[in-house]
Write a protein that binds this ligand. Structure first.
Ligand code: AMP
Ligand code: ZN
Length: 440
């Protein structure tokens, strides 16, 4: 059986055979939610995609350290360092403590992921728990002369950095185009160039989430927390960094620049991958009515609204497992549109699989097996998942097995005891362990 796992690396746009830095061990960092509101189904899709990846890596026998952070400070309303802190704003609007906002939506996020039967990551660090680490990183970047301080805030100098190490390698954005296309934002006169991004922001008098630092009482930039936490728990070079496609730029691009600036990895280093992660993986977007599901536009649906049926979009409710199955019926790199007809089809398919599974133990045992090449089928299932986690293809193979199970139940084919045990074990392991589905 071919067990080599091939992954699509967003960094070079190629599929690569996966070779972990430390044999049998995988370090994976995934950007977690900003806990200022309930997660919508789009957010959930990204985390379910990485849950599939986490599960399959473990299924292959890897010892995985999966780090997924909780962003509880530093994420401003606008990705260009503009606006209020999302959590502080929610706290202001609801007249509650910022940490009450954080608690409420962290709990909501964890409960929601549990409803989807997502495994708990190995570590779930918070940005506010790593302020000291972030301050140390900023000192380091200043020492390497890729950051400058202005009026108590510290900015990363993208133009200077780009002279030594190319910026834009993940998103494919060229610095000249960036210079051309980035508008100068009002109130950002502190920045030397509009492409620069904040490492530390001096807090305005009314800004609640603030910490002392050598530069001012303030707060860290959003991109910095992920560099601090991935480095702390996975080291300066680790295997996989993931997140939703919309985080590629600026968030992940800035993470790469921060890490490279600290380690001053230059082009002359033999390895052509100077990024902190060997492989970058991006889960594609869930859309609704053809547009990205997003909190800001109101084009979204909450998991609870879907499960209860209390929403204006769909005529009926759908269970967490049907929604999970619907998501896994698409490849994690494809865009998926949420529609009633697609969900109804998934519900039928899911029930067909459950019925197939429930029949396995009642099948008659024959003296020999006929009509199905079990080894070939097993190889096809693994080949699907080894090809960049192709869950829709795996599910198609599971449906083939259900057809066989039905023909066994009808007496049209036969299966011997050894093959039946093997079929049962594989079906259960793909359904429950790898796809993370439950029989509900
Ligand atoms: P946020 O809480 O906004 O930082 O988002 C949490 C995660 O959800 C990030 O990895 C985003 O890329 C992801 N995300 C946001 N919108 C969608 C969507 N419509 N489909 C899939 N993932 C999304
Ligand atoms: Zn991140």
């Amino acid at each position: 059986m071919d067990t080599s796992l091939v992954l699509y690396n967003s960094l070079n746009g190629k599929k690569e055979t996966f070779k972990p830095i430390i044999p049998n061990n995988v370090g994976m960092y995934v950007c977690g939610p900003t806990v200022y509101s309930k997660v919508h189904l789009g957010n959930c899709r990204t985390f379910i995609s990485f849950d599939l990846i986490f599960r399959y890596l473990q299924h292959l026998g890897y010892n995985v350290r999966y780090v997924r952070n909780i962003t509880d400070a530093g994420h401003l309303e606008n990705d260009a360092d503009e606006g209020e802190d999302r959590i502080a704003k929610k706290a202001r609007l609801e007249s509650i403590e910022p940490m009450e906002v954080v608690q409420r939506y962290t709990v909501d996020f964890r409960n929601t992921m549990a409803q989807f039967n997502a495994l708990v990551p190995s570590i779930e660090p918070t940005a506010t728990g790593h302020i000291l680490e972030q301050i140390e990183l900023i000192k380091d970047i200043i020492k390497k002369e890729y950051a400058y301080e202005v009026n108590g805030s510290v900015y990363f100098d993208v133009i200077k950095f780009n002279k030594d190490i190319p910026y834009g390698k993940l998103s494919g954005r060229n610095i000249k185009d960036l210079i051309h296309n980035t508008r100068s934002l009002e109130g950002q006169s502190d920045k030397k160039n509009p492409q620069d991004f904040a490492l530390w922001k001096k807090a305005e008098p009314l800004h609640i989430l603030r910490w002392p630092s050598p530069w001012s009482d303030g707060f860290p930039g959003w991109h910095l927390e992920c560099t601090a936490m991935s480095t702390k728990y996975l080291g300066t070079q680790f295997d996989i960094h993931g997140g939703g496609m919309d985080l590629k730029f600026p968030h992940h691009e800035c993470e790469i620049a921060q890490a490279e600036s600290i380690h001053k990895k230059s082009q002359s280093i033999a390895c052509n991958n100077t990024s902190p992660a060997n492989i970058w993986m991006h889960a594609n977007m869930l859309t609704l009515n053809g547009n990205k599901m997003a909190k800001s536009t109101g084009n979204n649906i909450l998991p609870a609204e879907m499960f209860s049926g209390e929403n204006s979009l769909f005529k009926k409710s759908f269970s967490p497992m049907v929604v999970r199955f619907f998501m896994l019926q698409a490849h994690y790199r494809s865009i998926v549109d949420l529609s009633e007809s697609a969900l109804v089809a998934s519900e039928k398919g899911f029930q067909r699989l459950i019925q197939g599974l429930s029949k396995i133990d009642t099948l008659p045992i024959g003296d020999k097996s006929t009509g199905f090449d079990l080894n070939l089928w097993q190889n096809k299932c693994y080949a699907a998942m080894n090809d960049d986690f192709n869950s829709p293809l795996l599910i198609a193979h599971l449906f083939d097995a259900v057809k066989y199970i039905n023909s066994l139940a009808n007496g049209l084919q036969k299966i011997n005891k050894t093959d039946l045990n093997k079929l049962s074990k594989l079906m259960n392991s793909f359904f429950f362990d790898v796809l993370g589905l439950l029989n509900t």
